[in-house]
Design a protein around this ligand. Structure first.
Ligand code: SAH
Length: 266
């Protein structure tokens, strides 16, 4: 307690609540960290979108939930609103969880939100989560590195259009690494970046896997090669959220599948 404060009359700083930037992991509640679970159950308010999945969102007391994901009509809640709301709630003295799918700092805008909190004098804590970028392939029997095949892995957003001049992603340079490529948000633009990789000289027979809703009860995995995976996606009707894994490691799955007990319904 600080000196010179009357009962219940704490300084403004002390009365500001903490914001926890929490990663939910890929969706299976058993893959939440112990800390994330405790915070979900005890926070005053949890701001979330759909990505953590129904099972984890279901663990939050209903009256404490605020959905800041897609709104009715398909529009995303503007990031400015989420930023403003976090500061508003913390300033009102609430303990706030900002729940993100996977890890908050892997394509999760956690960085922006953390900076906004710091700029506004709001104390925060980062609670890392298991990222779907590694766990998604993992539960499908695909190690993102493997001593026999690759010694590097790149995590890439597939959200960009590689045919646009201003694309920040150099697919040719990524192909040249010879390492595993893990593409997030890459279902819709799959034809564009597989073409870009083929054009850059990556072998058409390079193994590729799509892991849809990894660790969710209805997880599915579809496999093919760089030149066949678009057809595989269309035939299976793979939809987001899904991870694309490109590289020799994607073929590991076939060698272990008989004994793989993750997602047996796939
Ligand atoms: N911060 C998250 C990623 C957010 S970007 C993380 O660390 O996992 C959103 C993308 O993540 C989705 O488009 C998809 O590519 C991937 N993703 C997240 N959860 C997933 C899951 N359970 N299964 C497959 N892909 C998932």
């Amino acid at each position: 307690m600080t000196e010179n404060t009357k009962d219940g009359d704490r300084s403004a700083d002390e009365s500001t609540g903490t914001v926890y930037l929490v990663g939910s992991g890929p969706g299976d509640p058993d893959l939440l960290t112990v800390k994330a679970k405790r915070l979900l159950e005890t926070a005053d308010v949890v701001l979330h979108d759909k990505l953590p999945g129904p099972d984890i969102i279901g663990m939050i007391p209903e009256t404490n939930r605020e959905d800041v994901g897609k709104r009715a009509g398909g529009e995303w809640t503007p990031q400015e609103y989420t930023n403003r709301r976090l500061v508003e709630l913390a300033t009102a003295g609430k303990t706030v969880v900002r729940l993100k799918g996977g890890d908050p700092f892997v394509f999760g805008r956690g960085g922006e939100e953390m900076e906004h909190l710091a700029e506004n004098g709001v104390p925060f804590e980062v609670v890392p989560g298991i990222t779907a970028a590694i766990a998604g392939p993992g539960v499908a029997g695909i190690p993102v590195t493997h001593r026999d095949h690759v010694s590097s892995v790149s995590f890439v957003t597939g959200h960009e259009d590689p045919t646009k001049d201003e694309s920040a992603i150099d697919w040719g340079a990524l192909a040249a690494t010879g390492g595993t490529l893990v593409v997030l948000m890459g279902v819709g633009k799959l034809p564009l970046y597989t073409d870009a990789l083929l054009e850059a000289g990556m072998a058409p027979e390079t193994p590729v896997a799509l892991v849809e809703r990894a660790t969710w009860p209805d997880m599915r995995v579809a496999t093919g090669t760089l030149d066949s995976i678009v057809g595989v996606r269309d035939e299976a009707g793979i939809e987001p959220p899904a991870i694309t894994v490109i590289g020799e490691v994607a073929a590991t799955r076939d060698r272990v599948l008989e004994f793989l007990r993750n997602g047996e319904q796939q």
